[in-house]
Design a protein around this ligand. Sequence first.
Ligand code: ADP
Length: 473
Amino acid sequence: MDKVRKVYSLRFRLFAIFLAVSFLPLGFFSMTVAVFIRDYYLSDREGELRRRAHVIEGAIRQGNFLTDSERAPLFAEEIGSIYAGDDFRVLAIDSRAIVVHDSNFIENGATFLSPEVLEALSGSTVSSIQDDGVTMYTAVPIFDSEYNVVNGALLLVSSIVDIYELLGSIQQMLMLLLLATAIIILVVVFFISEIILSPLKKIMRVVTLMSEGHLNQRIGLSGRDEFAQLATAFNRMNDELEQVEKTREEFVSNVSHELKTPLSAMKVLSESLLLQDGVAEEIYKDFLKDISSEIDRMDMIVNDLLTLVKFDQRDMPLMLTQIDLNQLTEDILRRLYPLAEVKNIELLHEDVRKVAIAGDEMKLGLALSNLVENGIKYTSEGGNVKVTVDADHQNTFITISDTGIGIAEDELGKIFTRFYRVDKTRDRDTGGTGLGLAISYSAVRLHNGSIRVSSKEGAGSTFVVRIPLQLNV
Ligand code: ADP
């Protein structure tokens, strides 16, 4: 229900916006046109009435109908023909404001004191619309033949209803235009909102499904518009989410498996001791030694896991110090020398140049030491492991190469994965947890660096650690 309301509210808002955008100028235009037409017709009518009034006034003046009492009775007869057929009423008023002649024969002899008449009697021509809104008065002074004295006033009373009727029909047409516009807008908005809403509904459906726990959803939207781009980005995000979920599941199952193996070994060892009576002390000691080494292994795994978890916390600050990389390498090699000596492996150290960088010494030390230790672990007796420290103007490169067993090409991409070991049984015998490279990778990534590996099976491996000289973390 909520969803439906939202969808419709978008449609409604679009409709309101379109309506406002088109109605405001259209309404303004209609009003301006109506006012313009009204003013045009009114001033046209006013001009026409004044023209007619002056013609009649001229005839009255020349015929002396106001000043010569003998001629007054001839007024209608002689002047009437001038305005016969006109649809206005004519009132001739003398200087005392008494109606001498009314073409409607109503006000004859009455006093007519309208403001227009008074103004005309004082010598001005005036037009005005009466309070009823549909009657126009036009009054002109009636002069004597020398234009010196105002002998009276001529008042034309005209109906302007026809102008308002015309205006009414124009307004009606404008209203029809507005109505037609509204209908067109309604249709246009309907189609536009369909274009917008149909992909939106698709996206919403998928998001709803996902929020209900059905995670493996994809939005099927073709095209190149913003919605299609959103769908592509959404699908990519879902791919990544799925990958993260898969990696997490794998990781949990790997952790359980890795911890289960030493536990099972310990259980077998302890049970076999328990089931036998009178076991010799040496056998006890042997079994306990095995149990102890399994505990060491579990301890190693847990420690490595804790290290990884710590490195994964992106907001964990790096303990930055100035590191002399040549010195760090020297220290690592010295520490690992006993391990190499056992296998008669030569440890070589080449300083192409002196390099110092700002970094977290503990983490970088761990990353490099894991790589050198791997070199020793996966190199047979008599081989060598060489560490080279070099830099260009942007990066430092620490290269660890060995003459060991190498890594098959299709394994190269996987060795940084947690718990990944190329040869499960053999590598377990070498004492590895499968977490060393993952730790090195995390530590180097925390320094904005990278690790590249190249290898040839049977010939040896080379790991190149690149770290930017200018640390932007
Ligand atoms: P491990 O603790 O097993 O050494 P790592 O994460 O350090 O785990 O390495 C993952 C796997 O990559 C190893 O098990 C091994 O198979 C392979 N590997 C790592 N370094 C080398 C190397 N220098 N030479 C050959 N194989 C290596």
